[in-house]
Design a protein around this ligand. Structure first.
Ligand code: NAD
Length: 497
């Protein structure tokens, strides 16, 4: 697919304005209610597709199909067969990667510079989970009982998984749920975000082409309060794997109480990114900027609280602001675009609201601070990359997740006080440290309350390295060898020999 011109919806083979059904039991179907919703390109407002709008009735059908599949031949599929299916799926995702990456760009705005760069990681994820399919094993355990009682454990798939994902990275979020579900022998009902459902639906087509049996992978697009809530509360769903905001995470937990289903939660953050005066500042300036501006700030682990040592604060924050001013904001389909639009009007209003709040609280915008309306940009939800200086810990812009291209730069002097201030947030997802001092780096790695600590880098990710939250950033881990445990039950077996 050529990347020289901004692609129009009509030029994409999937996002061509046509109607998309939902995938249930290996068949493409309309919503039972007959309802549909539209999905648009946030850079241009262009209609990409009309999509079947699932709700509780469709979720019932999908869960029933997933249950039949789980209890049918799928339960007999050998690990190597599940592995082979995942590898075949990976092959198809590789073959169609450009199309899928471009779908992410069109549906949620991320620049092709970002979506196309994810190829190795996306394929690596699928191949990592394929490997995991053949690495599921229990333990034999010596026990202290009198007599000859032998004990061992079995690991078994939890069953039907409801996966609910956000819009900020549809391709990787879908694969992060489908991969471990298939590796472990579960079946899945995937509900993509209403803002960006197309990549998940296209993956549904590829899953069928790869040969997943009917009902093993189901994709039901729809709204959170209807389809999402029905999946979270469904009495025949064994686990919900959720990625999204902490508010929704709390609803998911409440909804899960009916059958006490397993829940794993990847939620939001307000991550500290800490720069010491002894750091390699030439690396830390782009590091601090892109820790937030990548994906226009719509990344859960974005390093939005930029703590800078006081003696370099003015110089460093000024340099980050200069870097921000040079970033190219525009239609994500342009190959030289570095920041795309925000995903929706709602997200745009939310982020621009925080820009007003920040100025009102006394923070000073050294770069950006408003929307972008030049020419073609007036059609989309574009916000200037913004660096707020003079931010105090108690300001809203230093406490709440903005989910937009907004850095809140805060100064510090004392190391002990810094740790306490960096941890003074309800979240605990990512964190960064920029220093040449190894002991400082290790000390902070140990003291920061976050699921990931990046030292002299930010946002590094790999399928083999666990990712997840502390505190209100959720629980459970994705990636890494422990991820599949989230999809497995452990059974203890006792044999009196
Ligand atoms: P959101 O919580 O509004 O929506 C996420 C998903 O939940 C969507 O599919 C939505 O339809 C569904 N949903 C909404 N209400 C629901 C309900 N009552 N019951 C069941 N499902 C419901 O989040 P969002 O705005 O789409 O995404 C942004 C949030 O996601 C941010 O907070 C971000 O930090 C977080 N996020 C976290 C990670 C991570 O890995 N930790 C990754 C990406 C995004």
């Amino acid at each position: 697919m050529g990347l020289m011109q901004p692609i129009s919806a009509t030029a994409h083979p999937y996002a061509n304005g046509s109607y998309k059904q939902m995938l249930i039991d290996g068949k493409w179907q309309d919503a039972q209610s007959g309802k549909k919703f539209e999905t648009h390109n946030p850079a241009t407002g262009e209609l990409l597709a009309t999509v079947a709008e699932g709700d509780a009735g469709d979720i019932d059908l999908a869960v029933a199909a997933a249950r039949r599949a789980f209890e049918g031949p799928w339960s007999k599929a050998k690990p190597y067969e599940r592995q082979a299916l995942l590898l075949k799926f990976a092959e198809l995702v590789e073959k169609h990667f450009d199309e899928l990456a471009m779908l992410d760009t069109l549906d949620m705005g991320a620049p092709v510079m970002r979506t196309f760069a994810g190829k190795q990681r996306i394929l690596g994820m699928l191949r990592f989970y394929a490997g995991q399919a053949t690495l599921i094993y229990g333990e034999t355990i010596e026990n202290s009982l009198p007599g000859e009682i032998f004990s061992y454990t079995l690991k078994e798939p939890v069953g039907v998984v409801g996966a609910i994902i956000p819009w900020n990275s549809p391709l990787s979020a879908s694969i992060w749920k489908i991969g471990p579900a298939i590796a472990t022998g579960c079946t899945i009902v995937l509900k993509p975000a209403e803002e960006a459902p197309l990549t998940s639906l296209r993956l549904g087509e590829l899953a069928l082409e790869a040969g997943f049996p009917a009902g093993v992978v189901n994709v039901v697009p729809g709204y959170g309060e209807t389809a999402g809530a029905a999946l979270a509360s469904h009495m025949d769903v064994n686990k919900v794997a959720f990625t999204g905001s902490h508010f929704t995470g709390q609803s998911i937990i409440r909804a899960s109480a009916g059958n006490l289903k397993r829940v794993s939660l990847e939620l939001g953050g307000k991550s500290p990114n800490i720069v010491f005066s002894d750091a390699d500042l030439d690396a830390a300036v782009p590091g601090a900027a892109m820790a937030v501006f990548a994906n226009s700030g719509q990344i859960c682990s974005a390093g939005t609280r930029l703590f800078v040592e006081k003696k370099i604060y003015d110089e460093f924050v000024g340099r980050v602001a200069e870097f921000a001013k040079k970033l190219k904001v525009g239609n994500g389909a342009n190959p030289d675009t570095q920041l795309g639009p925000l995903v929706s009007k709602e997200q745009f209003d939310r982020v621009t609201g925080y820009l007003t709040t920040g100025s009102g609280e006394g923070a000073k915008a050294l770069s950006g601070g408003g929307r972008l309306t030049d020419g073609e940009l007036s059609k989309g939800f574009f916000v200037q990359p913004t660096v707020f200086a003079n931010v105090q810990d108690n300001m809203k812009i230093a406490q709440e997740e903005i989910f937009g291209p907004v850095i809140s730069a805060i100064s510090f002097t004392d190391m002990d006080e810094l740790v306490q201030r960096a941890n003074n947030t309800t979240f605990g997802l990512g964190s960064g440290v920029w220093t040449r001092d190894v002991s400082k780096a290790h000390r902070l790695a140990k003291s920061l309350q976050a699921g990931s600590v990046w030292i002299n880098c930010y946002q590094a990710m790999d399928p083999a390295v666990p990712f997840g939250g502390y505190k209100m950033s959720g629980y459970g881990r994705e990636s890494g060898v422990h991820h599949i445990d989230e999809y497995l039950n452990i059974k203890a077996v006792w044999i009196n020999t």
